[in-house]
Design a protein around this ligand. Structure first.
Ligand code: C5P
Length: 305
């Protein structure tokens, strides 16, 4: 939504910060900078946080939504870090009033803060008419965190390096996805610290578009998430989530995303996905359960409203 007041443009821009799912996450060598080489196949869902960004003299952030109270102090928030980095890069002094609706659990392996930061970069680039190139935005994103570059694009990607080497993939099939988080926040560095077995980084990106659930499953084979075992060690509730998915009819694949604790399950049939989501939510009242599907190409589009 945009409006004009007395010659001055007053705009409010809405940006989606979709949840990311690591369909595969393989870890390789630890590099001299302390980060690990990765390979990951990442998709995005319709479920996510939302940002509303308006013109303002000052830079401010207000957080709302179901997980607002779980966020650390707002000065540390990656959204504000992203805004400040963008302002510095473009030598601007403009402010922005940002309202973040926090629908996704915090520190949960599905982007969260990284998705919010990526969305803030996209939205502020538009609000401030910066027209930075994708390369410039990706560079800023990489400085904010390993997952921020892919979340800046918010489109399916094959990811390598520390997380900054992206190659875009065709859209994933719009199949139903159930996300479940058992309510435990997991520290990414703690999970990496417990990692013993690594698959390495010799895999190839999908050679053909993944057009159906069966294409996805065929491509993945027995590849999974190297961080799942150490995360389950740290937070055994993750294994309970995976067991709950295993008991669900029609669940074609279930795994943990990122460094956890959120797990995802893929279903061919929306009715089975809906049944699984409602049964799991009923049996585990403290768990966060979201019934969603892979996002279409519009999310992450520079013209999103
Ligand atoms: O970049 P980000 O802040 O998301 O990384 C959090 C932590 O995860 C790092 O401090 C590091 O311990 C671990 N990490 C890693 N290798 C990566 C990404 C993250 O070891 N490629």
């Amino acid at each position: 939504m945009s409006s004009s007041t007395g010659g001055r443009s007053a705009a409010t821009i809405r940006v989606a910060a979709p949840a990311k799912i690591n369909l595969l996450l393989h870890v390789g060598e630890r590099r001299p900078d302390g980060f690990h080489e990765l390979q990951s196949l990442i998709g995005f869902t319709e479920a996510g946080d939302q940002l509303e960004i308006s013109s303002s003299a000052e830079l401010s952030l207000a957080v709302r939504g179901p997980f607002a109270s779980a966020l650390p102090s707002s000065d540390d928030n990656l959204v504000l870090k992203a805004a400040r980095a963008l302002r510095q890069q473009s030598r601007r002094t403009d402010g922005a009033a940002i309202v973040l609706t926090k629908n996704l659990p915090v520190a949960s392996g599905i982007g969260g803060g990284s998705a919010d930061a990526g969305a803030a970069l996209r939205g502020l680039d538009r609000l401030w008419d910066l027209n930075l190139s994708q390369q410039q935005l990706l560079k800023l994103a990489a400085e904010l965190g390993s997952d921020v570059p892919v979340c800046l694009l918010s489109r399916p990607c094959w990811v390598e390096g520390r997380g900054e080497a992206l190659s875009e993939l065709p859209p994933l099939p719009r199949m139903p996805v159930v996300l479940v988080n058992p309510g435990v926040a997991v520290s990414t560095s703690a999970v990496f610290g417990l990692l013993n077995a690594r698959s390495g980084t010799a895999r190839s990106r999908p050679a053909k578009p993944l057009e159906s659930l069966w294409d996805v499953i065929g491509y993945l084979g027995d590849a999974g998430n190297d961080l799942e075992a150490p995360a389950c060690e740290l937070a055994p509730a993750i294994q309970e989530v995976l067991n709950a998915f295993d008991r669900e009819p029609g669940c074609a694949l279930a795994a943990m995303s990122g460094s956890g604790a959120t797990c995802f399950a893929l279903f061919h049939d929306p009715d089975f996905a809906e049944g699984a989501a409602s049964r799991i939510a009923q049996d585990h009242r403290s768990w966060w359960v979201s019934l969603t599907r892979f996002a279409g190409p519009a999310i992450g589009d520079p013209n999103e409203e």
